[in-house]
Structure formats: C-alpha cells, structure tokens
Design a protein around this ligand. Structure first.
Ligand code: AHR
Length: 696
C-alpha cells in the first residue's frame, strides 16, 4: 500500500519536474488531483527482494574501493612486478630492489621483493596506493607484511606513512627478522588527513631482505574485520536495505579470454592463496599510459556471501557459463568441455548451503562460517547472447535442476532491451522453461519514460524478469559528460513504477554500475561515487533508496486523473533564500517556439522583484546581492502554460541556495525547484498552494 502511494507520487512528480526543465507537458493543476487506489482489488505480491544491487569490480569497485586494502600490488604479482612501487632512498642510503620467485610465501602468488641495502642509512620502496592512500588524522591502520632475512646481520625494518613532500605521518620499526618467512604486524596512527598518502618500507643500514604481502588496512573497516571492507562504502549499501546482491559482475565474470574469467574457487581461503589476475576493465583505462587494474580477490566469494548476510540481501552469484566476454574475444568452452564449469556451479551450491561435513561446506566452515549462506539463486552467464549461449544454458539448467531443483536459475537476454539478440534469447528461454531472464538497458532518459509501461503487456506465463542492469544515460556511456543528473534519476523512477506495477512479471531489479572512483573509472554514470576518503550517493542512488526503503507487498490498481477544468499554468520566478545569487539568459519556450525571453544583460524589463533584498543588473546578470534576503523576482502571466523554462543561475553568497519557480498562479501557489534548501543540506521539488507545501 505504502509503495503504491509512493509510486503515484513519483508519477505525479515526473511531469511536474520535466515541465520545469525539459519536456513540454500538459499537466492539469489548480484543483486537487484525483488518485483512486483500489484496496479492494489486490493484485500481485511484490517480491520482498525486488530492489537489489549490482556489484562489479569496475571503476575500482573492489580493489581500490570496497576491499579496504590500501597497498596496490601488495604481493608483487602484477605482470609489471614493481608497478605501484618506487625505490626510496634516505640520505646516505643506497641499494637495489628486484623481484624474485624462488621459495615464495605461497605457490599461488610467486613473486616477492628482494631488497638489498648497502648504505649507512635507509633504502627501500614506497607504494603509491590506489591513486594514493587515503589516511585520516587520528585513525589507526593495521600494517602487516612477510619478511625473510638473507644477510648475516639483523637489519632494522622501518615503515612510514608519508604525506606530501615525504612528510612522515606515522612510523614504526621492526628489529628482528628470521631466516624463514615470518609475518610481522603493527598499528600506525596517522597524524594528518591525506587523500594521497603513501607507504614506505625500508632497511636502515646494510642488509638483504625478502618482503611480500605488504598490506595496510584501516582499523575501522566494516564491522572492524581485519582484511575487511571499507566501512563507508558498505554503509551506503546497507542504507539501501537491498533485497539482493548480484556479484561479482558484470563483464568480469566473463573475462576478455576464458583464462581470465572469474573462477570463484580461486577467491576463497587465506588471502595470500588467492591468485591475482588481470581485471577485464584494465584495458579500458585508455587515459592511463600503463593500466594498473588487477583483481587480488581479497574480496572473494566468501566475503560476498558474508556481505549479503550483513546487509540482509539475498546472494545472487553470477557464474561463467563457458563464454568469454562477447564484446571482447567471445572465446567459447567447447560443449564437450563444459563439465568443469557446471561442476563449479554445483560446488558453489555446496560451498554456500552444504553441511560443514561436505567437501565444499567444510571450506566455508574453515572460514569460520559453519552455518549455510542460504543461497537460492544463481545466474548462468552474465550478459550473453546467441545460440552458443542457449546451448550452454540448456546444459547448465539440466545439470543444476536435476541436482538442485530448489535453486532458481537466472539466464541472460543479452546487452540490449529489444534487439534481435534479445528476442532470440527470450523465445529460446521460454521454450526451455527458464525461470528468470536478466534484461539489461543503458539508454536515454526518454527510453525509460516511454517504457514505463513496458511490462504491462508482457506475457504473464513463462519466465519472470530480472532487470539486472539499467541506468539512464544523459550522453554516451563512459563519457566524462555522462552525468548522474536529476532527469535520468526521475526517468529511472518512472520506469521503476512500471516494474513494481507489474510485480507478477518483474521479480528483481538493480541499477548498474554501483561504484565509481573519481580518479579511476572506466564507466559513467555510476550509482555511488567516492574518492579515497569521501563518498556520496547520486540522485539515482536516492531513487533506488526511495523504492527500496518503502517496499510494498501487494500491487493495488491505481488510477490518476487530473481535474478536467484547470490547466497547469502560471508565471515564473527567481528566488534567493538566505542567499545572494545571480540569474541570466532566461527563456520560456514551447516546442521550438520562444514564448518569452529575457537575457538580463542590460535590463530587467518584465520582472517584478519583491521589495526585500536588492535586485539589480550587474555584470550582465540579474543579481540579488543581499546574502541574507529571502526574496523573489516574478515574471510572466497567470495563463502561461505548457512551457519549458531555461536559464543560468549561480549562488554568490549566503547560507542556502536559490529557488526556481514555475506555475506561479497567485501568492505562494507555484511549483518550485529548491536548490540548496533546508539549511543547504537538500534539494527538492515543492508543489505549493497559498504558501503551504502540498508535495515535497
Ligand atoms: O555495468 C557495466 C557493464 O555493462 C557490465 O559489466 C556488463 O554486464 C554490461 O555490459
């Protein structure tokens, strides 16, 4: 019930908002809108897990992101073994650093660092982190590394956290190291906040040392787990109260070639034993001379399941089905060699759900989780298409359903929502009695608005829908200009009302991608952006949150009818709210016709400023220059309707932002976009009548 009312509100808001900024609309207003909810005609049950999240290690999502490790290439196993590291010499120091592989700490990650120091002072290496190491003043960091002393002397090992100009922010020393690999650890407290810190490890005086797995984690990880996840990033996910978590991708499931596909079995157990591979998105770092995106698998399948448990989301692992990414090599595992792939899926079910006495259940129990993870769904393949996929899916489905009828299978309908690949897949999957089909769509906001009714006409029989990846695109994918804007967010919201209304067909939905690091992205837009210290949710994030935190359980028929008498109409206004601001290039258009314009470079003809504040033309703009004033300049007529308002505005001073008004039909009766309102903490759209908020 709650959700349906919320949906109706979103449906009301969309045309109102768009009338402000983009589309000509013909909304009716002035009299109350009639919203009829038929509580006596309950429809489909809404899947409680419907609104979920899509996670992929793209844009530094895992390494450099959610996985809180701060040292890049900690085990020297990048193909360019010293990538991320540089030698570091203190005055009077000298030596060499090279990578060796004999007698490693673990056979899975062979490479380690051999450091030779010949001078009287320090010589070592310094790590640049993932576009820097984020350090916070007063926070503690858990350092660990393996060392082996090769020389006859017992050298002192020194570790420093460095800020700009090699300023030391924290430091510690280790005075003993044995002849065999030995793990050392310490805690460092940073004396300053620094987004681009570095970590230096050096030998003081002469000596020869082997070093490996040089690692640094904030002590404050999510749930304070050692080797854990970045707390602020998980918190953003937990706040969504997601119904499910789809992992580990995305294209990284597939890999560019089958050799670097995601293989879950290599991602569990001790972190040192998880073999590093290249990230599928490494080559998309076109703007970096040497791409540096690898998967350490510190965030592996155990951690994904644990994360699901922590945030109350159902796990939805996606497995490789014998196909490399079809946008890359499209390499195929021959059908007669598919068994190991299918076996991986069967073993995963045992790892997640099997008793602690089973082979794979025992591995879960050894990671201190004897209880099962309650896996109910598995995705077969990521974004696959064509007959090759259907053949492989059919083999997976037969084997998995025979052994595990209780596990629901998610299949793929390719990368686009309505092309030949899509229709081919749907027809075949229907014939195969597939359970849930994963649809993907990255398209213009208009597509989402036009398709809000997409599922109204879907066949009620046969497979259900998982809208597994979607996001409105303001311009082209991966362009820096492809921003998370309000128009896209609202288009997604409108589309989501259509999914919810058709909850008998659409079972699951997730926006994609999830995270973007501002210094290390390959894709735009993303739901949540971060740097090494900070994080924020986009308007699209808050749309997901709105739906996810206000889940309905039943669909009720809703009819929305405007009053036929009144037309949405009224003038425009520019308002400063405890602020100084300036405005220019105001245009009111209907389609391609300009109804009114005022460039405000030389005069403010046609404007009716209130007496409060100080309105004047200054430097080619209409400026209200009193930083504490709440005041509006109005223009236009009460009968203006069906228009788009565009203008330029900027805040100059004051404690809040400014407000753009349309449909002003009398004192305090208007629709307004409040930017930087509520103590400069929020933006909002307000529908006001006689000065009272009807809708915010
Ligand atoms: O979400 C980004 C990418 O888009 C995913 O990796 C892939 O499945 C799709 O093409």
């Amino acid at each position: 019930m709650k959700a349906k009312i919320r949906s109706a509100l979103v449906a009301c808001l969309c045309p109102l908002l768009l009338s402000l900024w983009a589309c000509p609309v013909w909304t009716r207003a002035g009299e109350p809108i009639t919203l009829t909810i038929r509580a006596d005609q309950p429809g489909a049950r809404i899947n409680p897990a419907m609104w979920g999240i899509f996670f992929e290690d793209i844009n530094f999502g895992a390494d450099g992101g959610l996985y809180a490790e701060l040292v890049k290439n900690r085990s020297f196993d990048f193909p360019e073994a010293l990538m991320g590291w540089k030698t570091y010499t203190k005055r009077g120091g000298a030596g060499s650093a090279r990578v060796e592989q004999d007698q490693p700490v673990t056979p899975q990650n062979l490479a380690y660092l051999r450091l030779y120091s010949g001078g009287s002072m320090g010589f070592g290496v310094v790590n640049e982190g993932f576009r820097g190491i984020g350090l916070k003043r007063g926070e503690r960091y858990a350092l660990s590394f393996y060392a082996r002393n090769l020389g006859s002397r017992n050298p002192v090992i020194r570790v420093d956290l460095l800020g700009p100009g090699d300023r030391v922010l924290a430091s510690t020393k280790f005075k003993k190291s044995g002849k065999e690999w030995e793990k050392h650890s310490a805690t460092l407290e940073s004396s300053a906040t620094e987004a681009k810190g570095r970590l230096a490890i050096s030998i003081e005086g002469p000596g020869t040392l082997d070093l490996d797995f040089i690692s640094l984690f904030p002590e404050k990880t999510w749930k304070n787990r050692s080797d854990g996840l970045r707390a602020d990033m998980v918190q953003m996910l937990a706040d969504l109260k997601p119904g499910f978590l789809r992992f580990p991708g995305g294209c990284i499931v597939e890999g560019r070639y089958l050799t670097n596909r995601y293989q879950w079995k290599t991602t569990i157990g001790a972190p040192e034993d998880r073999e590093l591979i290249i990230n599928r998105w490494n080559d998309e770092f076109k703007h970096r001379p040497t791409p540096d995106y690898y998967q350490s698998f510190g965030l592996g399948f155990f951690e994904y399941f644990q994360l699901c448990e922590d945030i109350g989301a159902e796990p939805l692992p996606i497995l490789n089905c014998g196909m490399a990414c079809q946008f890359n090599s499209g390499e195929l595992a021959p059908l007669d060699q598919l068994d190991p792939y299918i076996q991986d899926a069967l073993d995963l079910i045992e790892f997640a759900n099997g008793p602690a006495t089973s082979v794979w259940g025992a591995k879960r129990a050894a990671m201190e989780h004897p209880a099962p993870f309650k896996l109910k769904m598995i995705g077969v393949g990521n974004e696959q298409w064509g007959p090759q996929y259907i053949e492989r899916y059919a083999r997976f489905a037969k084997a998995l359903k025979e052994r595990h009828p209780e596990i629901q299978l998610v299949s793929s309908a390719g990368p686009a929502p309505a092309d030949d690949r899509f229709h081919f897949a749907w027809a075949k999957l229907r014939d195969l009695d597939a359970e849930i089909v994963d649809e993907h769509c990255y398209a213009a906001p208009q597509w989402f608005l036009d398709n809000a009714g997409r599922y109204d006409a879907y066949d009620r029989r046969g497979p259900k829908v998982f809208m597994g990846e979607f996001a409105a695109q303001s311009v082209a994918i991966a362009s820096p200009k492809n921003r998370n804007n309000l128009e896209c967010a609202l288009a997604e919201a409108a589309y989501m009302t259509g999914m919810e209304r058709n909850a008998d067909v659409v079972r699951l939905s997730s926006y994609a991608p999830l995270f973007g690091h501002i210094d290390a992205w390959q894709w735009t837009p993303n739901l949540i952006w971060c740097d090494n210290l900070r994080i924020y949710g986009t308007p699209n994030y808050y749309v997901q949150l709105l739906f996810s935190r206000n889940r309905g359980d039943l669909v009720l028929p809703v009819a929305l009818r405007d009053s036929p008498q009144a037309v949405a109409a009224g003038g425009i206004g520019l308002c400063t709210y405890k602020s100084a601001a300036e405005f220019k290039e105001v245009r009111v258009t209907r389609g391609s016709a300009t109804l009114w314009s005022s460039n405000l470079a030389a005069n403010a003809d046609g404007w009716r400023p209130e007496s409060a504040g100080s309105w004047s033309i200054r430097e080619n703009a209409y400026r209200q220059s009193e930083p504490t004033a709440i005041t509006t300049a109005f223009a236009g007529e009460k009968d203006w309707s069906d228009y788009t308002l565009s203008l330029k505005a900027r805040k100059l001073d004051g404690s809040e932002g400014f407000i753009i008004i349309v449909r002003n039909s009398g004192p305090g009766s208007q629709v307004q976009w409040n930017l930087g309102g509520w103590g400069n903490k929020q933006h909002g759209i307000q529908v006001l009548s006689g000065g009272q908020d009807l809708i915010v």
